[in-house]
Design a protein around this ligand. Structure first.
Ligand SMILES: Cc1ncc(COP(=O)(O)O)c(C=O)c1O
Length: 369
């Protein structure tokens, strides 16, 4: 059996069945039902955020965030992410402006943001890539100086805290993905974190076609309401997410210990004061020192049944929709290109057994066919 890069956190089936019975009895299967409201409340408590709105996936809250803040013109963002980040800007009729990343974190480099600001810039959309917190303080200072909004794509940052405070409280809005591959999942799902009741109300209108009541539509909303079945699934899953994060942490400890001495392989360490979620374990291959290119290692792993993933390769800025933009040029994004061309995310999940972990490490360390 192949060792996959991730494995979904599945709720206890017995418990889930009980909640399904409740849903069947109530015959209320979507539209702000009781499980939807319960999961929102439970997530606010777990994530230490004041307000949260559930969505059907992690892409629609990104689209909705830009709508809600009436973002127009240019949006500064990172090319080193999943393609949904930039697509959300494009779908809002805005122009993405790519800024290079900081090689020590993989996140947008705050030192390069100001140079990308023009009179048309209205927002910054950074990503906490791999769940590593962006420099939110610096980004906010720049946003305040130029009057820009900040929308964080926090799809990877479930449960991440800096000095005891949720990273999701930074910026104007933050969005999450609860896709099956994420630390916490509702099969498909997502959420938007807001800081005040008025904004939450507006977001809730927008995710329900813009309906404020039976007869009033207050904006060009969309349909992105999480249903009762997935809300119930999420409620049960939330109970085991701490244990899952701890299991991932133990995997990270073993990976780091074994790979520390491998010439030409680098990886990230924990950041001081940060509660990480270990959602990914990216390694970076320096072909000259390692004696094998990233792709050679990637295909060797595949041969051995170790299915790493080259997240995030290719860079978003190289896709046909975006490559014609001036900010998408390779010269503008040297660090992002370097990272995209050297990365492999190793298998990382709460179910990774010792034998599988050993095989992953053996394959990387011994490089034998
Ligand atoms: C950084 C990032 N943003 C957005 C998304 C989109 O989320 P979803 O797949 O839930 O729509 C994902 C992942 O899937 C992601 O990794």
């Amino acid at each position: 059996m192949a060792i996959t890069v991730t494995s979904p956190l599945l709720p206890d089936l017995g418990e889930f069945n009980k909640l399904l019975q409740e849903i069947w009895d109530s015959k209320w299967i979507t539209n702000n039902g009781s499980f939807h409201r319960k999961l929102e409340a439970a997530l606010c408590e777990y994530l230490k955020v004041p307000y949260i709105s559930l969505f059907t996936n992690g892409t629609l809250p990104l689209l909705t965030a830009l709508q809600a803040l009436r973002i127009t013109g240019e949006v500064i963002t990172t090319p080193y992410s999943f393609v949904a980040t930039t697509h959300s800007i494009w779908w809002n009729g805005c122009r993405p402006v790519f800024v290079d990343i900081d090689p020590t974190t993989g996140n947008i480099d705050p030192d390069r943001i100001e140079a990308a600001i023009t009179p048309k810039t209205t927002a910054i959309m950074p990503v906490h890539v791999y769940g590593k917190p962006c420099d939110t303080k610096r980004i906010q200072e720049i946003a305040d100086k130029y009057g820009l909004k900040v929308i964080y794509d926090a799809a990877h940052a479930f449960g991440v805290e800096v000095n005891g405070e949720s990273i999701l409280n930074a910026g104007d809005l933050s969005t999450l993905s609860f896709h099956a591959t994420k630390v916490f999942n509702t099969v498909e799902g997502g959420a938007m974190v807001t800081h005040d009741a008025e904004t939450k109300k507006r977001i809730d209108y927008l995710k329900n076609f813009g309906f404020a009541n039976e007869v009033e539509v207050v904006g060009p909303g969309i349909n992105s309401k999480m249903d009762e079945i997935r809300s119930a699934y999420g409620l049960i899953n939330l109970k085991q997410v701490d244990a899952a994060i701890e299991a991932r942490h133990q995997v990270a400890i073993q990976y780091r210990k074994a790979l520390e001495k491998v010439e030409g392989i680098s990886f990230f360490y924990d950041m001081p004061g940060v509660r990480h979620n270990y959602s990914y374990f990216p390694i970076f291959v320096d072909a000259d020192r390692f004696g094998m290119t990233r792709d050679e290692l990637y295909y060797l792993m595949k041969e051995k049944g170790v299915l790493g993933r080259r997240y995030f390769y290719p860079l978003i800025s190289t896709f046909s929709t975006y490559r014609g933009l001036p900010s998408a040029s390779k010269e503008n994004l040297p660090q992002a290109h370097k990272m995209a061309e050297s990365v492999i995310c190793l298998p990382m999940h709460h179910m990774l057994c010792q034998d599988d972990l050993d095989l992953v490490l053996e394959t990387v360390i011994e490089k034998k066919r």
